[in-house]
Design a protein around this ligand. Structure first.
Ligand code: ATP
Length: 357
């Protein structure tokens, strides 16, 4: 049976530990991390500051060596291979361009260092300028470019030697919001056009959701969950993932067969839940439906916050637990909800997801 190219693994981290410091001051930046990153995918490491994203990227680049574990590239152990012997390039947040060189010289520099023949350097530089749409700027010094243009040069320079893997460490964080959104689309296009495996680091969940084929959500040196944006959003594994990706409501209760019983005495269906012990479920605000007080969990509207197309409705259950519903704003003239109103809460089919604590 053949292995399809789409599923081929390019980078594999196996039981990787990275500790910094010594004795009681030791920090485990990575604590037994194992992950497979597939050929040609846009893979994102997502997590809060200090969770170990950059450390994992630096181990893949070869700037650091793991304390334990191995890093494989196309099945070959590269754990101790120096950075310049790996078919891997990095784009840094700071761009790290040569300000006194032109755009074209910045792009060709790495190719020349690799000893490529002049004709190839010229052709590849031209191809890269076209790829990032900077042909008209080829002769400009990079110090004379805008932030977005500098970012494109940094990308072109890193892609020029055709690495197998491109590592991107928060490359968009220095750009303003509008430019960042444009560059998100641009990065995705570059990845699709080149077919190169991109490993992208960010702490911005929206950025991760919009660009990635798959995301690894990290916290405290561990990978909490790996999956597509949709997978992780719809089926978050634990509380951390559910609250880090998007907004959510947590409801806690006693596990009965196929349901949880809340402190209010009311039941919520949780298909497949075994009886015994406590359980927590997560329900996204857009999956909360409101109806008559006799229909579903009893609740009172506390506050309504208008966001244009949506209105966020903060509700309180009978025991005071807060539930947020994201509702489509009523059209003008249509009667909406009012604060203090008694309602019933129901959840959309499949919306109630059990999460680990
Ligand atoms: P950020 O988004 O802030 O860059 P991160 O998720 O990339 O965070 P890392 O930079 O990988 O996190 O750091 C993970 C942990 O390892 C942090 O607690 C950090 O302080 C520690 N750490 C990283 N590099 C070193 C180092 N060279 N020496 C000591 N501790 C380090």
């Amino acid at each position: 049976m053949g292995v399809s190219l789409a599923d081929a693994v390019t980078i594999s981290a196996r039981n990787v530990v990275k500790a910094f410091g010594q004795g009681s001051g030791v920090v485990r930046a990575l604590d037994d991390v194992s992950v497979d990153i597939r050929q040609g995918e846009f893979f994102t490491l997502l997590g809060p500051s200090g969770c170990g994203k950059t450390t994992l990227l630096r181990l893949i680049a070869g700037f650091e060596m793991p304390t334990e574990g191995t890093i494989l590239l196309d099945g070959t152990d590269i754990t101790t291979l120096p950075p310049n012997r790996r078919p891997v390039n990095t784009v840094f947040q700071s761009y790290a361009l040569f300000p006194h060189l032109t755009v074209a010289q910045n792009i060709s520099f790495g190719l020349e260092m690799l000893g490529k023949p002049a004709s190839e350097v010229k052709a590849r530089t031209a191809a890269m300028l076209a790829l990032v749409k900077l042909e008209a700027m080829a002769g400009r010094k990079t110090s004379q470019l805008s932030g977005g243009q500098q970012q494109r040069v940094a990308l072109a320079r890193a892609l020029a030697p055709q690495p197998k893997v491109l590592l991107l460490d928060e490359p968009l964080s220095a750009l303003d919001l509008k430019l960042r959104k444009e560059m998100q689309i641009e990065l995705k296009r570059l990845q699709l056009e080149t077919g190169i495996t991109f490993i992208f680091v960010t702490h911005d969940q929206e950025e991760a959701l919009t660009m990635s084929d798959r995301i690894a959500v990290m916290s405290a040196g561990k990978i909490q969950q790996v999956g597509s944006a949709k997978d992780i959003y719809i089926h978050p594994k634990n509380r951390f993932v559910a609250s880090f990706i998007g907004e959510t409501n947590f409801l806690h209760g006693t596990a009965e067969a196929g349901a949880i019983r809340l402190a209010t005495g009311e039941r919520i269906d949780v298909p497949g839940l075994p009886a015994g012990g406590e359980a927590t479920v997560s329900v996204r605000p857009e999956q909360v439906r409101l109806g008559l007080p006799s229909d579903g969990l009893k609740a009172t509207v506390r506050t309504l916050v208008y966001f244009g197309t949506d209105t966020h409705c903060h509700l309180a259950l009978a025991d005071g637990t807060e539930v947020v519903a994201r509702l489509q704003s009523p059209a003008s003239g249509e009667a909406g909800l009012v604060e203090g109103q008694a309602v019933g809460i129901r959840f959309a089919d499949g919306a109630v997801q059990r999460v680990e604590d």
